[in-house]
Each structure stands twice: as C-alpha cells, then as structure tokens.
Design a protein around this ligand. Structure first.
Ligand SMILES: [Zn+2]
Length: 366
C-alpha cells in the first residue's frame, strides 16, 4: 500500500486533485470580464476602468489595503452589476464552471440576497435565479467532464436588521439547494447576538448555520457565535489562536475556548490569502493555520473572495504547500475535514468522501 511513485505536489497537480470549498462569496468571485460586460449591459458607470486586466488588478490592490472596511468597498461594484435575474444566473453559472474547472467537487457558495434588491427584485426571485445559475453551470461543467455539487448559503448582513427574514428565506428554499445560513459584514460593533432571533428560528427548523467570527475581532466574537448563537462552524475563526499559548520549549497550552473548539471538532473555515489582505494574519507563513493544523483542529482551506484575492482553491492550497511543506496526505486531510463539515446530508458527504475524494488522492500517491 505504500506509495511507489507519488505525483509531485505541483500547482498543476493540485488543480487536478478533488477539493472541497465551504467558504466562497458569490459576489467576490466574478470574472473581471463579466463585471465589465454586465456593467455595459445595464449602464453601470461606476467602474474604475473598462480594461479587463486593469480591473482585475484594481480589485486585488484595493483589497490589499489591510482594512476589512475597505476590502468590503470593492463589493459595491460587483453587487452593482448583479441587480438583474440575468446577471445573477450568469454569475452563478460561471462560478460553478470556474470552481469545477479548478477541481472543486463540492462547494458551498454564499451571498446576501438583500444586496441584490436595488432594482426591486424580490428575495425569492433572487434565490431562484442563483439556483438556476448553479444548475446551469454544474450542467455545463458535467458536459466538459467535471462533476461539481454546489450547496448555497444565504447570508444576512450584520449591520442590517433583516436576519430573521433571510433565515426564513433560507428555510423556504432548503429543498431546492439552500443548505444553510450565515451572517457576514463588519464584526466590530455588530455582535452576532444582535441576530439571536434568526439563530433561534433556524435551530427550531433544524437548519444549519455558520457565522463569520474571529476575523477582524477576537475571542469574544468566537465565544458569542458558539455559545450564544449556536454556530456549527466558524467563518475564519483565526483569532482562536489568541487562546493558545506556545512556550519557548514548544509546549502548547490551550485555553478553555480553544479546547472546546478543538474537542467539539468545530470546523474553522480558514481563508489564508483573504486573512492576510484584511490584516487578520500577518502573512501566509505566519498564518495561524500552520499551528492549528499541527494541533489538529478541524481546519478547512477556503478562498473567501476569488476576485479580490486573485486566488483559487488550488492556489490557496499551493501557497500552503509552499509555506508549510504540506504533502498529499495533508491536502486530503483538509479536503475530508471540509467534506465532513459540509451542510448536506451525511449519506451524500460520505459518498463524496469514499467515491470521489479518497480515490482521487489515492491516484496521486500510488
Ligand atoms: Zn467570508
């Protein structure tokens, strides 16, 4: 059973390996060319440039500013061109195709429907358009020889007061692909406890939710998300390292909250490049993902916003391989962690692990 001729862990080989993505924003993953074409089609005049390459660079540079608030400003443009059903169908279809082409076999893609209501689309119309796009994109991917399954998460924005309404929307569409709920947006000043009624409702409906917590803000945000709101996963969760002490001799001490997160196998949806851009981590090399992986937290690797970070699922994994020397066994571990933590049913998760992920990595290492 030992591997005789493992394929070297190159970026190209990583692209071919099956990958699972739990944290990816629909409005953070548009193709630059699509942003420009949609802007032309609807008469949106706010883009900084109509050159595809320049626009791509503008997004990553703006997001590189080191501030979460400025990072979020880049979304004014992507959301600005996603205000029609045609645009939503196209963006969702291209998202599914791009992820499949990158070797992603299962993805949970999230978005906040309330951001696409500017021209009067109803929340239900928005959800239906995005679902149609994912269906189309997955079908085109399959025609190109790639299988991808996409689950949708609906986000409520922390600073708005619509979380219960969005939670009800998520439950209404649960049988047509909406697998869970999230809250996103600025953490400081908007604790998740402001949305308790939404989380209470979701638990009573046996529906799933994750919460963006511990990205820009520290341990209290993580603690509230878990112990007040009942989050099943943590979006980012990077600051859990503030509850871990490593002595000079390498001895590790976990605080009560860090122990709880590890003991309960609470999934951390870590997004290395995005965390560096927003200042939640100093660099990939010094990203807490290294320590948390070594300590066997339930770490998952994610893209967050592929357009703003100029990244893909493969490039995120390749960056980790570069910095931490991870091998195929590590990449399979991240992938199975993510699949175990997905919000689709147990049978389906198990089938993807046993029929797609394990054979995929076995083929690379034997
Ligand atoms: Zn996010």
């Amino acid at each position: 059973m030992s591997s005789m001729n493992p394929v070297p862990v190159t970026p190209e080989a990583i692209r071919s390996a099956p990958k699972v993505l739990l944290h990816d924003h629909l409005d953070g993953g548009l193709r630059p060319a699509t942003v420009i074409e949609l802007a032309d089609a609807i008469g949106y005049r706010e883009l900084p440039t109509s050159d595809v390459d320049e626009l791509g660079r503008w997004f990553t540079e703006s997001a590189d500013s080191g501030s979460l608030v400025r990072y979020l400003e880049t979304f004014a443009h992507t959301c600005g061109v996603m205000q029609t059903t045609d645009a939503l169908v196209r963006v969702a279809a291209e998202c599914a195709e791009d992820l499949a082409a990158d070797g992603v076999v299962y993805a949970e893609v999230r978005y906040a429907p309330e951001l696409f209501c500017e021209n009067g689309l109803s929340l239900d119309t928005i959800v239906e358009a995005v679902q149609e796009g994912f269906r189309l994109g997955a079908q085109r991917a399959q025609e190109a020889g790639r299988r991808i399954r996409i689950g949708t998460l609906l986000c409520a924005m922390r600073q708005n007061a619509r979380s219960l309404e969005i939670a009800e929307l998520a439950v209404r569409h649960r049988d047509t692909g909406v697998v869970g709920f999230d809250i996103a947006g600025p953490e400081a000043g908007f604790p998740p406890t402001r949305n308790l009624d939404a989380f209470e409702y979701l638990r009573q409906q046996n529906h799933h939710f994750t919460i963006h917590a511990g990205e820009a803000f520290g341990l209290p945000s993580i603690w509230e998300a878990l112990q007040h709101c009942g989050a099943e996963r943590l979006g980012h969760g990077v600051r859990i390292v503030d509850d871990i002490k490593v002595d000079g001799d390498g001895t590790v001490h976990l605080g009560r909250l860090a122990s709880y997160v590890r003991d309960r196998r609470i999934p951390l949806e870590m997004c290395p490049s995005s965390n560096v851009q927003t200042g939640a981590a100093p660099s990939i090399a010094d990203h807490p993902i290294g320590l948390l992986t070594r300590l066997r937290f339930r770490v998952t690797v994610n893209t967050d916003n592929r357009l703003m970070s100029g990244c893909s699922m493969s490039s995120e994994m390749a960056a980790l391989v570069d910095q931490f020397g991870y091998d195929w066994a590590d990449l399979q571990w991240f992938t199975i962690n993510a699949m175990k933590s997905a919000f689709i049913g147990f049978d389906e998760r198990l089938a993807i692990i046993n029929e797609v992920i394990k054979p995929g990595y076995a083929a690379l290492t034997s």
